[in-house]
Design a protein around this ligand. Structure first.
Ligand code: ZN
Length: 129
């Protein structure tokens, strides 16, 4: 498995190439259109890590979110802004079976660890600085 830094153009290309996948798959029983906590029954063995969104260290990553249209973190139509939280700390994972791509990160709260996932959706990816 790879954990190299992916160029933004690579991520956009991956999103474009996988945008029209419609085949049914165990990974897609839920759409993961917005950020969701990973279901305990999600078939993680299907996913393979492609790489990470940012080359920066955690402490250097921007903590602001990007919501010019009034969306929030959980909105299904929230932009996937690669330079903003939380996309900037994500890894890209791809299903070996259907090729769908997902962004994943782990939220470390005071008393919890929440593993979150969202489908990489071409129409929502934005490269705004
Ligand atoms: Zn799949």
């Amino acid at each position: 498995m790879s954990n190299r830094h992916l160029e933004p153009e690579e991520i956009v290309a991956l999103a474009a190439a996988t945008a029209s996948i419609a085949v049914s798959c165990e990974c897609a029983r839920r759409p993961y259109a917005g950020w969701e906590s990973l279901s305990p029954t999600f078939p993680e063995e299907l996913l393979e890590r492609v790489g990470k969104v940012s080359a920066a260290l955690d402490g250097e990553l921007r903590v602001e979110e990007y919501h010019p249209e009034g969306t929030n973190l959980w909105s299904e139509n929230a932009p996937i802004a690669l330079n903003y939280y939380p996309a900037n700390r994500c890894e890209v994972w791809q299903c070996r079976h259907c090729q769908r791509c997902y962004l994943r990160y782990t939220e470390f709260g005071g008393y919890y660890v929440d593993r979150r996932m969202r489908r990489l959706q071409f129409e929502l990816v934005t490269l705004v600085e």
